[in-house]
Ligand binder design. Sequence first.
Ligand code: UD1
Ligand code: MG
Length: 468
Amino acid sequence: MSSLTALVLAAGLGKRMKSTLPKVLHRAAGWPLLLFPIRAALEAGADAVVCVVSPAVEEAVAAVLASELPGAPVTVAVQAVPRGTGDAVKAGIGGVASERVLILCGDTPLVRADDLRALIDALGERELCLMSALLDEADGYGRVLRDERGRVLEVREHKDLRTDAERAVREVNAGVYVARTAALRTALGQINAENAAGEYYLTDAVAVAARGAGAVAIVGHADNLLGVNDRAQLAQAESLLYQRIARGHQIAGVTVRGDARIDAGVTLGPDAVVEAGVTLRGKSRIGAGTTVDVGSVVTDSQVGERVLIKPYSVITESRVDAGAQIGPFAHLRPASEIGPDAHIGNFVETKKTRVHRGAKANHLAYLGDGEIGEGANVGAGTIFCNYDGFQKHLTVIGPGAFIGSDSQIVAPVRIGKDAYVATGTTVTKDVPDEALAIGRTAQENKAGYAPRLKARLAAAAKQKKAGE
Ligand code: UD1
Ligand code: MG
């Protein structure tokens, strides 16, 4: 097969977004909009991609591409002034050496590789092939005008339509094309800006091709061609993307319920279950047989197999190993590492803490900057006092240790293997292996004192009420 370069046009102003962020860097389902057409083009067989951008966003786009698609054959070309889609293609086609070019828009995130493949196949030996769609409401789009035998004559922009018959045409140009590079270069040399918008229209190249070796249009699904111009369309596109992503996982053997939102960059193993109201973000990986229950939010985290993430847990930039149980209402902050079969229960917050195999912290705890040994048990209300107002310090708890409830562990400190910290202890010194640390005031019992105390308190209350 001959080589193919994709041009992604993204030098428009994007004014309707009303944003300081370039339109194509707004995110939908976790990815900057621009990434969707680029990935679709690569998936459809493009050997290289050139993004045509305005000078103002060149650096920002290049930085995003370097971080999101490292090593991919994607470069950036600059269109100095937005003088129309035809001019944008001229700006991008300069260095293209491939025999064919695929042209897409940067703001159409629903475009699919399958549709692009069909378009490429339909080109055959012709000069140009474009994708169209049938819309009930075609206002604003360029119309595909055909002759009485159905052959494509031209695409006429909405502003340039002349008759009611033209305005009644429901077949619109989707803005996705494939063309022979040499023929397109020639056609671009013939177009001018004599139209209602005063722009160089790429669509005029369609008419040139139609007069030459021929242009064809294939009809795609309208949903896949939705363009994002404002934030209402951004929301619409994102909700269609989430539906499509969920369906892809469902077909692959994942249960996805209700309105779960799974970002484009997330992977899920077979038999994973994603309940309603869950959000899986960024580059998260969820292992086989793992359940993420209602309302949990997992961002850029690795979750192993058969993990149970109970409702309303929040996990960020962390790792959870096979068989662990998290939540409900647990908060794993960045760099938490929860080992196999460990339990992190309700209202437990961890940060930069490693919890080894089978260790448990089941209720109400703050575990920051620590290490908790295999099989250790951390009682309710335990706090790692990791911060002195200036520096963070480390807490190390040995394997098999038992930390009684309501203990404060003042870091830096080490608690030995199989050691025992009595409930309510403030640990400020290292505890040797197998030692008992107890640091609470001794209890005193006063025989028969309770009734006397109650009588005294009741009398005081009565006196106060009488005085009011
Ligand atoms: C274009 C088509 C129209 C089609 C519609 C589909 C033309 C003349 N018209 O119209 O037939 O129905 O898309 O959505 O092509 N861009 C640049 N530089 C420019 C101008 C635009 O890079 O100077 C980029 C934009 O960032 C955008 C794409 O090209 O990604 C399309 O431009 P836009 O202004 O949205 O074209 P439409 O008027 O929608
Ligand atoms: Mg548009």
